[in-house]
Design a protein around this ligand. Structure first.
Ligand SMILES: NC(=O)c1ccc[n+]([C@@H]2O[C@H](COP(=O)([O-])OP(=O)(O)OC[C@H]3O[C@@H](n4cnc5c(N)ncnc54)[C@H](O)[C@@H]3O)[C@@H](O)[C@H]2O)c1
Length: 342
């Protein structure tokens, strides 16, 4: 096998990002798509010049030409679709969040293992050059002992985005939450990746400005197992729509990401300009997109994981990291108490 042939399930907002990524990756090809809205599947197939499109995703799973699937559907469908795909012998890469409960995420991991297929969980920002530079600085001890981390996603989404409360977005049974699990989860994933496992969290959520069940604003206080403290702010109600920020402070300095770029690099004997140049040296697939430019990097890694028979950089277990924190924050807010992890 020297090429991985993909099917995309769900032809909505994020699907073109997957199709464009597959187009850039040498050893990958899009061969089929499925969407419950058949006209969407057909339009997508026409646009990307592929002949196989389906209304029922199980028909795509029966197509022998498909080796792997990208799951780009609403959150509540990720786990059942991933399990069906694994049972059909397809490798699975699934959009964030990989599932809406930890039990579902564990079942996906078990089923993929049983079927001997790879499971990848999309968190494309771990592949951002800025995030890679910070991870390396932490691993090398250049930030010293980590003391504080903050993730701030202060975005704005209109009522149209939620289709005035009729879309899957904002419905708890379909999305599992709002601003936190849908938007801020990317920064939560980076915060958790940089700061390490979480010990305890306390949170408040509110629904202030949209006709939805889920929260449109959330603030959480986190204690990490290494003793450091953290903050998570998530909003789709604040104006203006600001670039998300991540602040990481250690005893030897502070670094800040804004959007997908390094915005501060305050470490002794190092400076922002040099780090920016270093970070973006030799980076593959540079481009501009609303979702950053790292989907091709993550999907290429997933393709190579299949071809080289190794684990993807973000496998199912790593995909669970942010989900666990997000679900812990919701539990804390719901119960009005601190939630502690073992
Ligand atoms: N990584 C990122 O930056 C990023 C950005 C946007 C969205 N996402 C994620 O991508 C996923 C999809 O989000 P979206 O904004 O594209 O949603 P969307 O509603 O625009 O698209 C979802 C598509 O799935 C289709 N669908 C629903 N049920 C189906 C079924 N049973 N079988 C086949 N197709 C079905 C819908 O018809 C729709 O076309 C979500 O998990 C979301 O969190 C990730």
């Amino acid at each position: 096998m020297n090429e991985v042939r993909f099917g995309i399930i769900g032809c909505g907002v994020i699907a073109p990002t997957h199709a464009a990524a597959l187009d850039k990756i040498e050893n990958a090809r899009l061969v089929a798509v499925a969407d419950i809205q058949e006209d969407k599947a057909k339009g997508f197939a026409d646009k990307y010049e592929i002949s196989s499109y389906y209304k029922e995703y199980n028909e795509l799973l029966n197509n022998d030409e498909v080796d792997a699937v990208s799951i780009c559907t609403p959150h509540y469908l990720h786990s059942p679709m991933a399990i069906d795909a694994a049972r059909a012998g397809k490798h699975v890469i699934v959009e964030k969040p990989m599932a809406i409960t930890m039990a579902e995420a564990d079942e996906m991991i078990d089923e993929c293992k049983k079927a001997n297929v790879k499971l990848g969980a999309i968190f494309q920002h771990r592949f951002d050059p800025a995030a890679q530079c910070i991870k390396k600085a932490i691993e090398d001890g250049r930030l010293g002992q980590l003391v504080m981390g903050g993730s701030y996603t202060k975005w704005y989404r209109s009522n149209e985005y939620y289709d005035y409360g009729r879309s899957w977005r904002g419905i708890l049974s379909k999305g599992a939450g709002g601003a936190l699990i849908n938007q801020a989860i990317h920064m939560v994933d980076l915060l958790r990746w940089f700061m390490g496992p979480v010990d305890a969290m306390s949170a408040n959520i509110s629904t202030l400005t949209h006709p939805i069940e889920a929260e449109d604003i959330c603030v959480a206080s986190i204690k990490f197992k290494n003793g450091a403290l953290g903050t998570v702010e998530a909003s789709v109600s604040t104006v203006p729509n600001m670039p998300e920020q991540l602040h990481i402070s250690g005893t030897k300095g502070t670094v800040v990401i804004e959007g997908t770029k390094l915005a501060r690099w305050d470490i002794e004997d190092e400076n922002l300009k040099d780090m920016q140049a270093l970070c973006f040296q030799d980076v593959r697939f540079q481009g501009k997109s609303y979702y950053g430019d790292s989907h091709p990097r993550q999907i290429e890694d997933f393709v190579l994981a299949i071809l080289e028979d190794r684990e993807p950089y973000i496998d199912g277990n790593k995909g669970k990291d942010a989900l666990e924190v997000v679900l812990g924050i919701y539990e804390s807010a719901r119960e009005g108490k601190q939630v502690k992890f073992d």
